[in-house]
Design a protein around this ligand. Structure first.
Ligand SMILES: *[C@@H]1O[C@H](CO)[C@@H](O)[C@H](O)[C@H]1NC(C)=O
Ligand SMILES: *[C@@H]1O[C@H](CO)[C@@H](O)[C@H](O)[C@H]1NC(C)=O
Ligand SMILES: *[C@@H]1O[C@H](CO)[C@@H](O)[C@H](O)[C@H]1NC(C)=O
Ligand SMILES: *[C@@H]1O[C@H](CO)[C@@H](O)[C@H](O)[C@H]1NC(C)=O
Length: 140
């Protein structure tokens, strides 16, 4: 009884708590580092990839006039976003591109799919897209 009591006491020493605190801090740091390595999760790089694709189109259609540098892609015509769980954060990510019948002339190969890892739905039916599918589409 005496031994058990002293063992329990040792678990509540300040040193024990300090160790727990250090362990938790370390785990949180690891998580941050992991998130940082997966920089593609930032809405910024998804924004950039979409705008870079728009810039390669012969004459971007009217539907894409909302695709601007100073606005969030989640507010653009034909783009849908969702908040996904990523560590302790819930960043917004682009999940859908839906611009059927939009009169887009260009190449899908110019779209950097590596920067859009959460894309699950693309509808670009009845547009004039030519060229090969980019290898980065495998990352979807
Ligand atoms: C989207 O647009 C709405 C209204 O036009 C605006 O209130 C909101 O802040 C915008 N969201 C982002 C993330 O830009
Ligand atoms: C993406 O499009 C599909 C098909 O229209 C739809 O079911 C899904 O809800 C859309 N996703 C978002 C985040 O709006
Ligand atoms: C294809 O899109 C054009 C507009 O770009 C539209 O006029 C036409 O009706 C569409 N065709 C089909 C089969 O939906
Ligand atoms: C494509 O996107 C990824 C992730 O953001 C980036 O690392 C890469 O440099 C981009 N490639 C090009 C050609 O822009």
């Amino acid at each position: 009884m005496q031994t058990l009591g002293s063992k329990m006491l040792s678990c509540s020493t300040p040193l024990f708590y300090l160790c727990c605190l250090l362990l938790v801090s370390f785990l949180l740091l690891l998580e941050e580092a992991h998130a940082a390595r997966h920089g593609g999760i930032s809405l910024r790089s998804q924004h950039t990839a979409l705008l870079q694709w728009k810039a390669t189109l012969a004459s971007p259609p009217l539907q894409m006039s909302s695709w601007q540098e100073n606005t969030s892609p989640c507010n653009w015509t034909g783009i849908m976003c969702a908040a996904v769980r990523h560590g302790r954060r819930m960043p917004w990510v682009v999940t859908n591109i839906s611009l059927p019948d939009a009169g887009i002339h260009g190449q899908l190969g110019e779209l950097n799919f590596s920067a859009l890892p959460f894309l699950t739905y693309i509808d670009l039916q009845n547009n004039t897209l030519h060229g090969a599918l980019p290898p980065s589409i495998n990352s979807l």
